[in-house]
Design a binder for this molecule. Sequence first.
Ligand SMILES: [Zn+2]
Length: 257
Amino acid sequence: MMATRSRTAAAVIEPPTPRVPALMHPDVQSLLAVQADDLEVYNLEDRLTSLAPRLAALEKERGKVASQLDKARASIAAEEVRQREAAAHVETNRALVERSQRAYESVTSPKEATAAVSQLEQTKRMMDDAERDAAQVQGRINELRHHVADLEKGVADVEERQASTRAELETERAAIDKEIVVAQAKRDNTAKAVPAAMLYKYDRVRVRKRAETVFPLRDKSCSACDTAIPTQRRAAMAATGSLEMCEGCGVLLYAGE
Ligand SMILES: [Zn+2]
């Protein structure tokens, strides 16, 4: 309904004539449309790039806890090596105790008995030491296992806290990807109206600048940097619609305003 009414109103008033400067060549107009599409693609690509630091910040936050967890797990692995060594040490000493015990039981003189008792006591002390070492290692392992469990919970908490943000980022990324495909297709279509040589000239500068590439002359100068353009070149631009590179800033200039 609204559309019909406004069309009628527009027809009554007077159709607005686009204010295209008389001097602007139609090829240049087509190229400006391509440039507008390219700038939209760049805008989308920049938005895509801007997601990276946000994802990196999430990774960093998770990484802090995750690296502590890795360290704690490595410590357990190292302690488990010590635990095996300590257990072997205990076994060795236990065998020595048993041997000393047998030696003591088979003594034949008081002198031998004194020596055997002393030997037995010494091996028992060594075994006690070995068992104490083994118990200490076991204690450290138990502590580390608690620490690992806490850190595992910490990582899970971070992941849970980040889940919605990550999902948002992923949705945003997918949406921008789609928009880029559409914008690129639109651009390719718009570009069909531009003569190949002009498009080639434009694209070469554009990929280097990755920004606005084509600018109008303003009075007698480049509107991007104010470098004056000689009269003859300006006349040629106006006559043929050709693009001229500004010697001051490297953009492509067109006559038209
Ligand atoms: Zn310039």
